[in-house]
Design a protein around this ligand. Structure first.
Ligand code: MG
Length: 240
């Protein structure tokens, strides 16, 4: 089987890199992960930046301008990554790792979320990163917006509250749910497969759950432990 491993916020843990840093992205590429996940917010002055939390150094990203945010660094000395720089780093010396781009729902308004989604698409197109990008979001309407702009984009929904049929009907092409959602709704696994939807689960760090998802033939597994998951996949492949 091909690698199903998606490094959650990059491969940060083993080398103590900051989450969502370019260093963690480069490490995921080095490990030949299927994908490296990261989170995107828009600043008050419309810059797209990569960070997990709504705040960076205690400043609310959506309400702060880029110049102010930029005064602070990540713990390894990297600048706060812009989405542009992150995409560029992700396309450089990278034979296959996909960029799993999570757009955070806006805490200001749904309308702002629609603008963020459109701006992200515009930048991904400008940077010629479409072929490497999978868009994910907890905001269903952001993904529907992206579908209206891009017929072929890979779009996976995160929130776990919609059935495979509902996701398919909206034109999205994957479920990326917390693993417990699949444990509670095991019939969704076969339903998704029969609808041609990709299956991804987050954030899976327990070997027993990794093993269960591999048995269920998930396309992707998002983990903070990419090395461990890859070792498990390699061991299974060696027994075939
Ligand atoms: Mg994320």
């Amino acid at each position: 089987m091909n690698s199903p491993v998606i490094a959650h916020r990059g491969a940060f843990k083993a080398n103590h890199f900051p989450e969502n840093s370019i260093a963690s992205l480069k490490q995921a590429i080095q490990l030949n992960c299927f994908g490296s996940e990261f989170d995107v917010w828009m600043t008050a002055d419309d810059s797209l930046v990569v960070n997990h939390d709504p705040k960076f150094h205690n400043l609310e990203i959506e309400k702060t301008d880029f110049k102010t945010l930029q005064q602070f660094q990540l713990s390894n000395g990297e600048a706060l990554p812009t989405l542009r720089n992150y995409l560029r780093a992700g396309l450089e010396n990278n034979p296959s790792t996909q960029l799993i781009l999570e757009i955070k729902p806006s805490n200001i308004s749904k309308e702002r979320g629609q603008i963020v989604a459109a701006k992200v698409v515009e930048l991904v197109l400008a940077e010629k990163a479409s072929h490497r990008t999978v868009y994910i979001s907890f905001d269903f309407d952001m993904l529907v917006k992206i579908r209206s702009l891009l017929k072929k984009a890979h779009l996976q929904y995160l929130n776990g509250d919609k059935s495979p049929a509902e996701v398919r009907a909206a034109g999205l092409d994957g479920l990326d749910y917390h693993f417990s959602v699949f444990q509670k709704n095991p019939d969704w696994i076969d339903q998704a497969k029969s609808l041609g939807l990709k299956l991804n689960a987050w954030t899976v760090n327990d070997p027993a759950i990794m093993s269960w998802l591999l048995d269920k033939k998930f396309d992707f597994i998002t983990t903070n432990e990419p090395e461990q998951l890859q070792a498990m996949v390699n061991e299974r492949n060696s027994k075939k």
